[in-house]
Design a protein around this ligand. Structure first.
Ligand code: HQG
Length: 191
């Protein structure tokens, strides 16, 4: 499969399954699911450039670099596993989990002073996104100018009552990270 075409399709699926389902006139249910049949029909109505069938959708779900999308057990429904817009007001129904002692957050240098003063806010998304491994946080940080890594004392937060969820594609989610649990992380320390 042409990787450029797959990226285009994956980005479009992220748009409609995470942020703007109305783009193709669909409504996600409370847990973020949409019937596969409806999704295929509406995507294909909307797009002249490319068409999506079940085999291709399954290929994207399986091969997506971050496993962003998931089917339900009988593959009749699909949803994004994380990253949703706050405005959609979903409940993904992930069970609270005990996080590892340390999690990482990638951001841009221009955000750091504000984050150290106010904490990490979920902004336009449903949750703050954190990762267990440094490499993932580095990739997230590189979406910003002057990528910067932050280290979060997630274990301590959890023991002090903060709730964490683990998305199906292994992104750690929480509503807010207060400044006292955050430290700048220098990548040099990892080598
Ligand atoms: C920043 C992608 C200043 C925060 C990624 C981030 C992730 C603050 C930005 C997922 C702040 C929000 C989410 C504060 C937070 N002051 N800046 N107090 N609090 N911020 O895109 O974490 O590739 O909503 O640091 O991989 O960058 O799309 O969040 O820079 O998992 O699948 O405000 O999206 O996944 O930006 O990314 P975002 P994010 P995909």
């Amino acid at each position: 499969m042409d990787t450029k075409k797959m990226r285009t399709m994956s980005k479009f699926l992220s748009l409609v399954l995470r942020h703007k389902p109305e783009t193709i006139d669909i409504q996600l249910d409370k847990q973020g699911w949409i019937a596969v049949e409806t999704l295929l029909e509406k995507v294909n109505q909307q797009n002249q450039d490319w068409q999506l069938d079940f085999a291709l959708l399954e290929y994207i779900v399986v091969n997506n670099d971050k496993k962003r999308f998931a089917f339900n057990a009988d593959k009749t429904k699909i949803r994004a596993s994380q990253g949703h817009s706050l405005g959609l007001d979903l409940d993904l129904e992930y069970e609270p989990q005990m996080p590892p002692a340390i999690l990482y957050h990638g951001t841009g240098e221009s955000n750091v002073a504000s984050i150290l003063a106010k904490g990490i806010e979920k902004r336009e998304r449903q949750y703050v996104h954190l990762s267990r491994d440094i490499d993932t946080a580095v990739v997230v940080a590189h979406r910003r100018q002057k990528p910067t890594l932050l280290q979060i004392e997630a274990g301590k937060m959890h023991s002090e009552g903060y709730i964490f969820y683990l998305s199906e594609n292994k992104v750690w989610l929480t509503l807010y990270v207060p400044p006292q649990y955050i430290a700048l992380y220098s990548v040099d320390e990892s080598v």
